[in-house]
Design a protein around this ligand. Sequence first.
Ligand SMILES: Nc1nc2c(ncn2[C@@H]2O[C@H](COP(=O)(O)OP(=O)(O)OP(=O)(O)O)[C@@H](O)[C@H]2O)c(=O)[nH]1
Ligand SMILES: [Zn+2]
Length: 199
Amino acid sequence: MSPYRNLEEYNIEITNEVKEHFSKIVDDIGEDVTREGLIKTPERAAKAMLFLTQGYKQNAEEILKGAMFAEEYDDMVIIKDIEVYSLCEHHMLPFFGKAHIAYIPNGHIVGLSKIPRIVDVYARRLQVQERLTHDILECINSTLKPKGVAVVIEAAHMCMMMRGVQKQNSVTTTSGFRGQFEKIETRNEFLKLISSDLS
Ligand SMILES: Nc1nc2c(ncn2[C@@H]2O[C@H](COP(=O)(O)OP(=O)(O)OP(=O)(O)O)[C@@H](O)[C@H]2O)c(=O)[nH]1
Ligand SMILES: [Zn+2]
């Protein structure tokens, strides 16, 4: 089975069930679900929600294992500014921002696109930013077994912007470091490179 399962493979019964729930929500908030503009809304919302949570059906380890190549390169590899869109598990509202990821190979490198792909696998679930950071970190660490891995995520949370505390400019930064990145010099080099426009 492809590790990149997507919407086309979604179970029609689940889509219809989620659609019925959205229909009820539209009704419960006082809207007219039969109004022209809203007729297809429960179905669209169901498909959007299933798309945004498709990570539960995907396997990040398989994605990484599918493109690991033996290579004697033992310097830092950094992929920065990877867009992240996730849903906070408390309010099911989006949080979004950027992930910066680095690893130091240990006999194997990985296809570059696979790093953003595994970010999406873990982001497309109900998450907290801390767990998202650690899920990505542990997946790379246990699958690629590099000499070191680092993950930094900077994100804004709609549940803190549109409602609740209503702060528009706060950004949450989470990070995780394993192996050689636990050494302060290596970690600082990574942090310096992700803050530069030239890395
Ligand atoms: N640590 C962490 N907290 C998060 C994340 N996303 C949302 N939250 C927080 O989850 C908390 C849930 O707190 P509750 O008091 O149960 O919910 P609430 O009454 O809606 O809280 P307010 O947002 O303060 O109105 C809030 O403080 C949110 O800011 C996340 O990724 N990580
Ligand atoms: Zn929230």
